[in-house]
Write a protein that binds this ligand. Structure first.
Ligand code: FAD
Length: 413
């Protein structure tokens, strides 16, 4: 590829890649994004974005646009998927008062589109149809290699998702299958008229080896649903797992409200749920991991895209602090980024796994879980303070969290 040189090359134009490109351009750097797809876009339906994300979007001047596209739900309600009973609730108006920024739900393509438009306005060089196949260190920077040539940047940021090519440089780990699969579906709100749904809330039905999420999108004009379940075929080692017959089987014993929503799911595509073991070092020379390439989670805390946006904010703030724009001291900025982000994301990855286990209990454990959740005070923020509070820039700013969720796991360096 020809053309002027860039300070930073970002590989991948998903939410993480675009957030990084925008944040660094705002600090005065020239950024090129290389995306393998023919056009920039997002597949899927809704995303929940918590105050630790809307705070950063506000900082970037994007929150009003995001609010004009999304929904500010009133509550997150957790229910038992078998009997439909309410287990717990978060009052999202109080959440906004406490953290200063709203909890929102938004169509993925609307969040991605807002970032894309902001990148275009800021002058990010956005390039499609480029698949990066390798990376090399270089004098004063690094190189992303693709069929059309080589791209030099003082830093190459790999935002290439779960199956990241760049991750192989720092770890030989592979994606970990949870044997769970997600079905999604977003439909016009009229389609749920007459069903027993909460049009102004995020509702999560938790059940044995399954859960079901519902919330409104696009000013309440659409209704989004996510059905997640453990696949017996995946557990049996079969290659063809997560098929629609398994969807029907997994939810057969759930309450009427859940079963009424199932016919509205898209049945022609599904998403197998993978995460990876946390790794604590995301930097090799001037090649840097970000977003799902660094920390793909199971989605149970709804923090995956948020962590990618936080990565972008933290790195760019350190770049800004280390020197204005193009005179940035990259080594110092990358060391500061690497000192704080892996630890926060490790906590999210391990907590998400534990949270998923809690949601999917059966038998006595389900009874115990329900009793604990019913006891929880609506205004008890112990479980979310460490997530929803301001994003830590340095390790000493990392908030405390629950030790029982912070189970030590084998880690690859
Ligand atoms: P990706 O979105 O995977 O983007 C990677 C990009 O890189 C893609 O555009 C890809 O085409 C490109 N690419 C890949 N390889 C190459 C290459 N070699 N060369 C060039 N380009 C390349 N997160 C939340 O915050 N809130 C939620 O409510 C939420 N709900 C979720 C629900 C489900 C069912 C799932 C599966 C995930 C959910 N997440 C949620 C997680 C969130 O979707 C991801 O964490 C986030 O989208 C990751 O963004 P990314 O840009 O890092 O990676």
């Amino acid at each position: 590829m020809t053309g002027e040189s860039h300070d930073v090359v970002v590989v991948g134009g998903g939410i993480g890649g675009l957030a990084n490109a925008l944040a660094l351009t705002r600090k005065g750097l020239r950024v090129r994004v290389l995306e393998q797809a023919h056009r920039f876009g997002e597949v899927g339906a809704g995303l929940q974005i918590a105050p630790n994300c809307t705070r950063i979007l506000h900082h970037w001047g994007l929150l009003d646009e995001i609010k004009s596209l999304g929904v500010l739900p009133e509550n997150i309600v957790m229910k038992d998927a078998v009997d439909g009973g309410v287990l717990s609730r978060l009052d999202l108006r109080d959440v906004e008062r406490r953290y200063g920024f709203p909890y929102m739900v938004i169509h993925r393509s609307d969040l991605h589109g807002t970032l894309l438009r902001a990148c275009q306005r800021a002058g990010v060089d956005l390039v499609n149809d480029v698949t990066v196949t390798g990376y090399e260190q270089a004098d004063g920077g690094a190189v992303a290699v693709h069929a059309g040539g080589r791209e030099f940047g003082e830093v190459v940021l790999a935002a290439d998702g779960l199956h990241s090519v760049a991750r192989r440089i720092v770890s030989d780990d592979e994606p970990v299958s949870s044997a769970y699969v997600a079905y999604r579906g977003a439909v016009p709100i009229e389609k749920v008229a007459g069903l027993d749904v909460h049009p102004k809330d995020v509702v999560v039905y938790v059940g044995p080896r399954c859960h079901f999420v519902q919330y409104p999108l696009r000013h309440g004009e659409m209704f989004n649903q996510v059905a997640v379940f453990e696949s017996p075929k995946a557990l049996a080692g079969e290659a063809d797992w997560g098929t629609p017959d398994e969807l029907d089987g997994a939810f057969a014993a759930t309450c009427d409200q859940v079963r009424a929503g199932l016919p509205l799911m898209w049945r022609d595509r599904w998403w197998r749920m993978f995460d990876r073991e946390p790794i604590m070092d995301w930097v090799r020379g001037r090649i840097v991991l970000t977003g799902d390439a660094a920390h793909p989670p199971l989605q149970y805390l709804a923090q995956g895209a948020i962590m990618a946006i936080e990565d972008a904010w933290v790195l760019s703030e350190h770049v800004g602090a280390q020197g204005r724009g193009r005179s940035a001291d990259w080594d110092a900025a990358l060391a500061a980024y690497n000192a704080v982000r892996p630890e926060h994301c490790r906590r999210v990855l391990t907590t998400a796994r534990a949270w998923g286990n809690l949601w999917h209990h059966d038998g006595e454990k389900r009874e115990w879980r329900n009793a604990v959740l019913r006891d929880r005070d609506v205004y008890d923020y112990t479980y979310v303070d460490w997530l929803f509070g301001p994003t830590a820039r340095t390790p000493d700013q990392l908030p405390p969290m629950f030790p029982e969720y912070d189970t030590p796991r084998p880690m690859t360096a």
